[in-house]
Design a binder for this molecule. Structure first.
Ligand code: UDP
Length: 195
């Protein structure tokens, strides 16, 4: 798949349905997968941070255009991306599958009250999910220590809501270790989900 380059970040040219088909396939095969949903702020941050750019371009398996700004930016460069594919929409989609397939899910991020509300909502609305971890995003530990705790719980899915680039830097550790899980940074999604 040829990527579309926008200011140094390579985006996959798939529609939402095409991404979902690929994500589902990899999830069911337990292939280690890192998804980055990149918005314009992430593209600008990657420009200034070589480690972050390397993660997005060479560690992540898929990069989606999170926001109309990316679609418009592509158009200005004479390129075309099919549609906006947001982290929040993908998060909700993954939760539905996890519920149906009784998957092991690990959540990390947001403030303690927010993650507590997320936990409650999952128990109520997604009873099929096996929530193997739900921790707030303000631990003082180093990322490798957090990553090792996540790996020990053998999750099928990991969602990190720590803001960028921290969330992708954490998940990149697990992706490089080939943790057999699908992983995605979801920014402010826990706050939205908690309502
Ligand atoms: N967050 C966190 N730990 C941090 C910094 C942020 O858990 O060290 C959480 C924050 O509480 C919020 C989420 O990360 O739930 C997204 O934060 P922000 O809106 O700043 O990031 P963005 O959506 O721009 O990536």
């Amino acid at each position: 798949m040829v990527k579309i380059n926008i200011l140094g970040v390579g985006f996959d040219k798939y529609s939402l349905a095409e991404f979902e088909a690929r994500f589902l396939d990899r999830l069911r095969k337990k292939e280690s997968t890192l998804v980055v949903t990149a918005n314009p702020e992430i593209v600008m941050a990657a420009k200034e941070d070589p480690e972050y750019r390397e993660i997005i371009n060479n560690v992540a398996d898929y990069v989606t255009a999170d926001g109309i700004g990316i679609i418009k930016g592509a158009k200005m460069l004479g390129l075309k991306l099919p549609e906006r594919v947001t982290g929040y929409d993908l998060f909700c989609w993954y939760l539905q599958i996890a519920n149906e397939d009784h998957l092991r899910v690990y959540l990390i991020g947001a403030k303690p009250a927010v993650i507590a509300a997320v936990k409650e909502k999952i128990a109520k609305d997604y009873p099929g999910i096996d929530l193997v971890g739900a921790e707030d995003g303000y631990s003082k530990e180093a990322l490798p220590e957090i990553a090792s705790r996540i790996a020990q719980s053998r999750p099928d899915l990991v969602f990190a809501a720590l803001g960028f680039p921290k969330q992708e830097k954490l998940l990149a550790i697990l992706r490089k270790q080939n943790l057999p899980a699908s992983m995605m940074g979801v920014g402010g999604s826990f706050d939205v989900f908690a309502g």
